[in-house]
Design a protein around this ligand. Structure first.
Ligand SMILES: [Zn+2]
Ligand SMILES: [Zn+2]
Length: 447
């Protein structure tokens, strides 16, 4: 047990009377008591003072001369002190945009660290992008088990229609005998004939390797070449064992630019402000960096014992009027869910309660969110299909609220709202780019 706590023996700073105590790590510990009882003497003048003194002692004598000499606090023993941060009482510190990190300026250093060495993963497809130097790619590959076979590929054509005869000639001229066409290896000499009406993907096979010690120097040359031909993008196709122990070939995409080769999205270069949720540049656009958004609370705004026609939505004095543009869709939902204007909300089947509150989802719009790759096409179809779907009471209230002018009615309505975790950033406060930069596998908000 001894190592999991800060041990203090015989503290006598100011009016402390020879205090012994152990403070466990990883817990929120509060000292309470009337003023003058020694809370600050213990926290600031004993624990923090000693932590600061011990920290300064680790610096070289040369550096130490720039700091004032600190006298050790009056205490027999303090053990197990981690590096400490002290934040003193300060009016205004409880602003919702402040965290321990921002007040203590630790966060400023983290932002710099993430901007310099973080690796952006495409927010859409999780492909690592950006600051991946050829050296990083070599290091990644040398981590594969010895004996693994791999191909280094330079992408030439991605999902484009045509026969691409010119591309094959170019690859041939560059001295590469093989290419991968739509996933299969071909001999470039024979100028493969492709269906001009279909989309094709063509990559030149720049090198074929077997991972073994001492390979790094040859690897870096080939990687430089592949990246040059692929304009900053390359693919490594290597062997891997699947969970059944079978050998499969997997592709890994590497990019040295902030341009995603998979979904073609481009991202700005990383800067410290990318990670600042207090700047419009870095903040989650949905919640503007607060981590929460206000929404109507179904428990407050609905009376579950009433039907839609007689006051289930407390804010609508004439519900049929409020819903008149949605009558047909609502009628269809009522028929399907076997309820009417009089049915108390609580009596409606659970499934249909959800659809009534949050809106009906089409199978198409659902697939749009899971299949990011085809996002554009299916999202368009989804919105078409969405026209005949009921949008949901909470959505309709939200739209009405957004159009309310500042004033008494808006203030009255806002009493029925409460903050919920932002659905876009899940409380991370940062925009999609800031959330997708990893250092040692973790994003800045996951620290
Ligand atoms: Zn992408
Ligand atoms: Zn958000």
């Amino acid at each position: 047990m001894k190592e999991h706590a800060i041990h203090i023996r015989g503290a006598r700073v100011h009016n402390l009377k020879n205090i012994d105590l152990d403070i466990p790590y990883g817990r929120l510990v509060v000292f309470s008591g009337p003023s003058g009882s020694g809370k600050s003497s213990l926290a600031f003048d004993t624990i923090f003072a000693e932590a600061q003194r011990q920290y300064l002692e680790t610096l070289s004598p040369y550096l130490r001369q720039f700091f004032p000499q600190l006298t050790p606090p009056e205490v027999d023993l303090i053990e197990g002190l981690p590096p400490a941060i002290a934040i003193s009482q300060w009016a205004g510190a409880s602003h919702p945009r402040s965290t321990v990190g921002t007040i203590s300026e630790v966060y400023d250093f983290l932002r710099l660290l993430y901007a310099k060495i973080g690796i952006l993963h495409c927010p859409n497809c999780r492909v690592p992008l950006g600051t991946q130097s050829p050296e990083n790619i070599v290091a990644e590959l040398m981590r594969l088990p010895e004996g693994t076979r791999a191909m280094l590929l330079a992408p030439f054509v991605r999902q484009k229609k045509g026969q691409h005869k010119e591309t094959f000639r170019e690859i041939q001229k560059l001295g590469f005998p093989r290419a991968r066409v739509d996933g299969g290896l071909v001999d470039v000499e024979e100028l493969p004939s492709l269906d001009p009406n279909k989309v094709h993907t063509i990559e030149a096979v720049v090198d074929r390797i077997i991972i073994r010690p001492g390979l790094a120097s040859r690897l870096i040359e080939s990687i430089h070449l592949a990246l040059k031909l692929g304009q900053g993008v390359m693919i490594v196709c290597h062997e891997q064992r699947d969970p059944q122990g079978e050998t499969i070939w997997v592709d890994r995409l590497f990019s040295t630019t902030c341009h995603c080769p998979q979904c073609a999205a481009s991202y700005p270069e990383l800067e410290p402000r990318t990670f600042s949720f207090n700047s419009p540049y870095g903040a989650c656009p949905r919640c503007e960096g607060l981590g929460t958004v206000e929404q109507f609370d179904p428990e407050l705004v609905l009376d579950w014992n009433r039907g839609l026609g007689n006051g289930a939505v407390k804010l609508w004095s004439d519900p049929r009027e409020s819903l008149k543009h949605h009558e047909k869709k609502l009628a269809r939902l009522m028929k399907e869910g076997n309820f009417d204007w009089e049915t108390p909300l609580a009596k409606i089947a659970k499934d249909y309660q959800v659809q009534l509150l949050y809106g009906q989802k089409t199978s198409r719009s659902r697939s749009a969110s899971t299949d990011r790759f085809h996002e554009n096409s299916s999202a368009a179809e989804g919105s078409n299909a969405g026209r005949s779907m009921f949008l949901g009471l909470l959505h309709l209230l939200e739209v009405e609220y957004q159009f309310l002018a500042e004033g008494r009615k808006r203030r009255a309505w806002s009493a029925y709202r409460k903050p919920v975790t932002c659905p876009d950033c899940a409380g991370a406060r940062l925009g999609p780019v800031g959330r997708s930069v990893l250092v040692a596998g973790r994003a800045i908000h996951q620290l």
